[in-house]
Design a protein around this ligand. Structure first.
Ligand SMILES: NC(=O)c1ccc[n+]([C@@H]2O[C@H](COP(=O)([O-])OP(=O)(O)OC[C@H]3O[C@@H](n4cnc5c(N)ncnc54)[C@H](O)[C@@H]3O)[C@@H](O)[C@H]2O)c1
Ligand SMILES: [Zn+2]
Ligand SMILES: [Zn+2]
Length: 367
């Protein structure tokens, strides 16, 4: 079938919305009609050429939500009409990692996905007979996409898809970091660095875990206001003195849990240093630049602080994204404030501009 999709043609240039051919789903694959897709930093990172593993031509986009239209042979977990959220972090439920509760890093399709192919090593996207590659296994800047069944979360048909798409990436990442990776304990003190989509999700996650104090640190007063809306009990404008201020705010010890959601290694260091001696856990969510390292004074670890990293909030994606959506539907998570702009597919580059200007939290493309 013919679809319109946003293609990265040459890095550093705007995405081009083009007509492409989308082939039928093969065994284990699903054709999804997209309803909405968020515009995320990772798309821009690749479009700009900053990602050393980027390739072109490819259809970008990974924060998708839509409706299953057709399924390939052997697909049993979804059927036409089901509402789904796309998952760059799949869950095959069979590999060594999927069977282990300690990780969500499914091993089933990593290599092919990283190179822009579906699990059988080919693409369903093409243009004049030439293959066009997929991106993050999702390629959701498109009217429709073909994806592996193991990369789709079937969600409540009640959930409006224009907001459900936010659970495809940053929001779930933040929620999961607090609820799943750190498993924040009731009554604890938490610090969240960064109040973008990921940090705001972490604030909401700490609240859902019944933290007593949630201190959010950001450079933007506007974003700190959003953090208060998600349950931050205190806010702080970040900077070089943040650790000193946080230690003082927490009786000289630091917080039980800290979260980093900026991607800045200096802030990651602050997250480690503002975690409490004895048991403080610092969870890193941000993606640092290539070659950057995190500086840690080893004594901080000997005296009981711990550091964890969290990919997609440690969520077993097909199992847990639907659960998070159910909590949203139950009124536990306020998603509306994250949806800042609604765009058409042709306006996808405007989504990048708004993001660079830090105008709002998420622009969402409506199909
Ligand atoms: N681990 C994962 O699976 C995963 C998934 C999605 C995104 N990410 C990463 O998480 C990070 C955050 O993503 P986002 O979409 O929320 O980004 P964002 O740019 O919207 O938010 C980052 C926030 O950090 C704030 N900030 C910058 N410097 C700061 C400082 N010195 N002190 C305090 N706050 C500061 C900014 O003001 C901004 O509000 C990025 O690095 C992104 O790549 C990771
Ligand atoms: Zn994303
Ligand atoms: Zn797996």
């Amino acid at each position: 079938m013919k679809i319109r999709a946003a293609v990265v043609e040459s890095f550093g240039a705007p995405l081009e919305v083009q007509e492409l051919e989308l082939a039928e789903p093969r065994a284990g694959e699903v054709l999804v009609r997209l309803v909405a897709c968020g515009v995320c930093h990772t798309d821009l990172f690749t479009a700009s050429g900053a990602d050393p593993s980027g390739y072109s031509p490819a259809v970008l986009g990974h924060e998708g939500a839509g409706v299953v239209e057709r399924v390939g042979e052997g697909v049993s977990s979804v059927e036409p009409g089901d509402h789904v959220v796309t998952l760059f972090s799949p869950q095959c439920r069979e590999c060594e990692h999927c069977l282990d509760p300690r990780t969500n890093l499914c091993l089933a399709i990593r290599e092919q996905q990283g190179q822009g192919y579906l699990p059988d090593g080919t693409t369903r996207l093409s243009r004049d007979g030439e293959p066009v590659r997929h991106f993050m296994g999702t390629s959701t800047f498109a009217e429709a996409t073909v994806m592996p069944e193991i990369a789709l979360a079937k969600v409540s048909p009640e959930a409006p898809l224009d907001r459900a798409c936010l659970f495809a990436c940053g929001l779930s990442t933040g929620l999961g970091a607090a609820m799943n990776t750190a498993k924040v304990a009731t009554g604890s003190t938490c610090v969240v660095f960064g109040a973008g989509m990921v940090g705001l999700g972490a604030v909401a996650g700490c609240r859902l875990q019944d933290a007593e104090r949630i201190i959010c640190v950001d450079l933007s007063e506007e974003r700190l206001e959003l953090a208060r809306g998600q349950g931050a009990t205190e806010t702080l404008v970040g900077g070089p003195d943040a650790v000193e201020q946080l230690v003082e705010l927490t009786g000289g010890f630091g917080a039980d849990y800290t979260f980093e959601a900026t991607g800045n290694v200096a802030v990651m260091r602050q997250a480690v240093e503002s975690a409490r001696m004895g048991w403080g856990l610092a969870t890193m969510c941000g993606v640092a630049g290539k070659g950057e390292t995190l500086d840690v004074i080893p004594r901080l670890l000997i005296t009981g602080r711990r550091i964890a990293g969290s990919s997609f909030g440690g969520l077993k994606s097909r199992d847990q994204v639907p659960q998070l959506i159910d909590r949203w539907m139950a009124g536990d998570i306020d998603v509306q404030p994250f949806l800042s702009h609604q765009l058409t597919l042709d306006e996808v580059n405007k989504g990048f501009e708004l993001m660079e200007a830090q105008d709002g939290i998420r622009s969402v493309i409506a199909f």
